[in-house]
Design a protein around this ligand. Structure first.
Ligand code: HEM
Ligand SMILES: *[C@@H]1O[C@H](CO)[C@@H](O)[C@H](O)[C@H]1NC(C)=O
Ligand SMILES: *[C@@H]1O[C@H](CO)[C@@H](O)[C@H](O)[C@H]1NC(C)=O
Ligand SMILES: *[C@@H]1O[C@H](CO)[C@@H](O)[C@H](O)[C@H]1NC(C)=O
Ligand SMILES: *[C@@H]1O[C@H](CO)[C@@H](O)[C@H](O)[C@H]1NC(C)=O
Ligand SMILES: *[C@@H]1O[C@H](CO)[C@@H](O)[C@H](O)[C@H]1NC(C)=O
Ligand SMILES: *[C@@H]1O[C@H](CO)[C@@H](O)[C@H](O)[C@H]1NC(C)=O
Ligand SMILES: *[C@@H]1O[C@H](CO)[C@@H](O)[C@H](O)[C@H]1NC(C)=O
Length: 543
């Protein structure tokens, strides 16, 4: 039996033990950025891509990456170290926060609109805002940023307190102290952030005039000459006196906040960044991570989410008549050579009788993270003798307990723990649809004899009144008389008359399980009307 503990780490390593639904989801969102499944980084390819861009491709002067980084800072900047309130908690999604003068511009609504569609029960909007900033920085020439997960979306707006350019130096020092940063850290973090983006005319008409530049249609005065990429030009251009930063050389000195802040230690910090790109990079990596980890004091973050070197994904077991269909993928992380010719990947799995089975996995695809600096190779659990694609077939009576992978002869088994697979219940392909419009059908859940769940239920992710994702559960009534699917499983059936997507949950001894895959009536085969299910007594086989 495998646990669902958040902090179940293998001794001596920082990675966690698969499976752990929340960590698996956070790890995928953080490390499979350009995979077909998460698709997150496509908003940063290329780094000057802007979702509200001109249809003819003329540059607007803005880009998604800078918006995402500024969103993370403004969501975080409400933090109060003294009372533990505020911080990176997704409260920037509230229109009440977005309408404050401290949050001028369209960057926050644009960003929230993109991230809201990626939220799940496991990945909050606040975690996505943090991953978005990490991805924007890493994919656009910046350093690797440590990411921890577990942020919780707030139920209400946070107190105001994001710094504004017209405030004086002491107000900024005080504001950053409230957020948990010293004066030197303030200078550094602003320089790091203002390596990206600029100030837009429409949001700040008193700082930036209409530039009347056909190649900068939103009139954005950029902080440095490389506004979609991370580098220390914000510092070198400032120190050399060539900067065009509108918060340094703006016509109205009142709003030249970067000028006051950068010079507030006699330029010592900015000079050190101009002299050393490496110092700038390492300082920014540390401070960006601290910024993202600034959360309300009652929120406990996970350890840094390290990538699993060998990670099963989308592992699905379905009961299909007299066999279990087993499908999924395994990701081999950080493979410098993405040629599928050089690796032999075998999936080994044990059944309940202790027998081991072996299948050679076909190469499926590559993905990358960190803007292509890290490549992963994916192999599929597809196996037929003739090499055609089909899910693996498992004898239901034998079932499956655990799997391992053999990569070029090396066995990968999470330090001996193995990769546990639960075969206690599975969606059955006998599920069927009686009507597509309106949707009506029957879900059959195959429950292994001896699994003895206290509950089996439909799960549906819904947004609550403030858009936090929660799970709505609908219990499935146990069959009064066990309906055998075959010797090993009995069917629990439930009528479904909506088009929603459901995962299937089961609870055993207080442990909750959930399928990875979703099911909806529209995906089912039509019911065969006259077929009668065979009723059988519950088999006495043990689980
Ligand atoms: C005293 C503190 C700060 C002030 C007064 C300030 C002010 C501003 C202003 C006025 C803009 C223009 C926004 C727009 O036109 O939409 C801006 C943009 C930006 N700020 Fe700051 N900022 C501060 C600190 C920071 C920090 C600490 C970060 C991140 C670490 C950051 C990241 C950004 C980014 C990435 C942009 C570009 C947004 C875009 O181009 O869409 N800022 N900032
Ligand atoms: C706009 O950019 C294009 C392509 O880089 C360039 O050919 C053109 O001269 C630019 N126009 C102006 C007014 O700067
Ligand atoms: C400079 O900016 C401040 C703050 O926005 C404003 O109150 C003041 O009127 C401006 N000064 C000029 C000369 O525009
Ligand atoms: C800081 O550097 C800026 C830009 O080079 C310069 O204008 C300013 O005088 C310097 N300030 C101090 C206190 O050295
Ligand atoms: C990927 O592997 C290379 C060595 O092959 C290593 O230097 C690098 O740190 C690894 N990257 C990550 C993100 O694990
Ligand atoms: C699994 O099968 C492959 C290919 O037939 C073989 O090379 C490998 O040694 C087998 N592994 C085990 C553990 O039996
Ligand atoms: C393996 O099967 C999965 C579905 O189970 C499918 O998406 C994938 O394309 C198949 N891959 C290969 C290489 O046949
Ligand atoms: C919740 O999401 C809906 C639809 O995206 C949006 O219209 C609404 O403003 C959001 N409310 C909050 C508090 O985020």
């Amino acid at each position: 039996m495998f646990g669902f503990t958040l902090f179940a780490y293998v001794a001596g390593t920082t990675a966690y033990v698969w499976p752990s639904p929340k960590l698996d989801a956070l790890e995928a969102q953080r490390w499979d950025q350009d995979d077909t499944i998460s698709g997150f980084a496509s908003f940063l390819q290329p780094c000057d891509f802007f979702i509200a861009g001109n249809e003819d491709g003329t540059p607007t002067g803005r880009a998604n990456g800078p918006d995402w980084i500024r969103t993370a800072y403004h969501d975080m900047a409400t933090h109060n170290v003294a009372d533990g309130t505020g911080g990176l908690d997704g409260s920037i999604r509230f229109s009440e926060e977005q309408s404050r003068s401290e949050n001028a511009g369209t960057g926050f609504s644009n960003t929230v609109a993109v991230f809201a569609s990626f939220t799940t029960r496991h990945v909050s909007l606040a975690d996505l805002i943090a991953i978005g900033a990490v991805t924007a920085i890493e994919n656009c020439n910046g350093p690797q940023i440590d990411f921890r997960g577990g942020r919780v979306d707030s139920a209400a707006p946070d107190a105001p307190g994001v710094p504004e350019p017209q405030q004086d130096l002491q107000a900024h020092i005080d504001s950053f102290a409230r957020q948990g940063f010293t004066q030197t850290e303030m200078i550094s973090l602003i320089a790091c952030g203002h390596s990206f983006g600029g100030v837009e005319h429409k949001a700040f008409p008193d700082i930036v005039p209409d530039l009347k530049d056909p190649n900068n249609t939103l009139s954005v005065a950029h902080f440095d000459s490389t506004f979609v990429n991370f580098d220390n030009k914000v510092a070198t251009e400032y120190i050399s006196g060539t900067t065009q930063n509108p918060l340094v050389v703006g016509a109205n000195d009142t709003t030249n906040s970067d000028k006051r802040i950068f010079a507030s230690d006699r330029n010592v910090t900015m000079k050190s960044f101009a002299d050393s790109p490496d110092l700038f990079t390492s300082t920014c990596a540390t401070l960006f991570a601290r910024m993202l980890d600034t959360v309300p004091s009652d929120v406990e973050l996970t350890d840094v989410i390290e990538p699993l070197p060998i990670k099963p994904a989308t592992v699905v077991l379905l009961l299909d008549g007299d066999k279990l269909q087993f499908s999924g993928f395994v990701r081999l992380f950080n493979q410098s050579d993405d040629s599928d010719q050089i690796r032999l990947v075998n999936l080994l799995w044990d059944d309940r009788s202790g027998e081991t089975h072996n299948a050679t996995l076909p190469f499926d695809r590559t993905s990358s993270a960190m803007g292509g600096r890290v490549k992963s190779a994916w192999y599929a659990f597809n196996h037929t003798a003739d090499g055609n694609s089909a899910p693996l077939a498992i004898d239901p009576a034998a079932g499956i307990t655990t799997m391992r992978f053999e990569v070029n002869g090396n066995v990968e088994d999470q330090g001996g723990v193995g990769f546990a697979v639960q075969d206690g219940y599975a969606f059955s392909t006998s599920s069927c649809m009686t009507s597509a419009d309106p949707p009506k059908g029957r879900f059959d859940i195959a429950v292994r004899n001896g699994f003895n769940p206290t509950r089996v239920f439909l799960e549906r992710e819904v947004k609550d009144s403030v858009n936090r994702t929660t799970v709505e559960e609908t219990d499935i009534t146990p069959p009064t008389q066990p309906v055998a699917a075959d010797e090993a499983y009995s069917l629990w059936s439930v009528d479904v008359s909506d088009a929603n997507s459901y995962t299937i949950g089961a609870e055993v001894n207080g442990d909750k399980f959930s399928t990875i895959e979703t099911h909806s009536v529209g995906d089912l085969n039509p019911c065969r009307p006259q077929r009668r299910l065979q009723h059988k007594r519950r088999s006495s086989k043990t689980f």
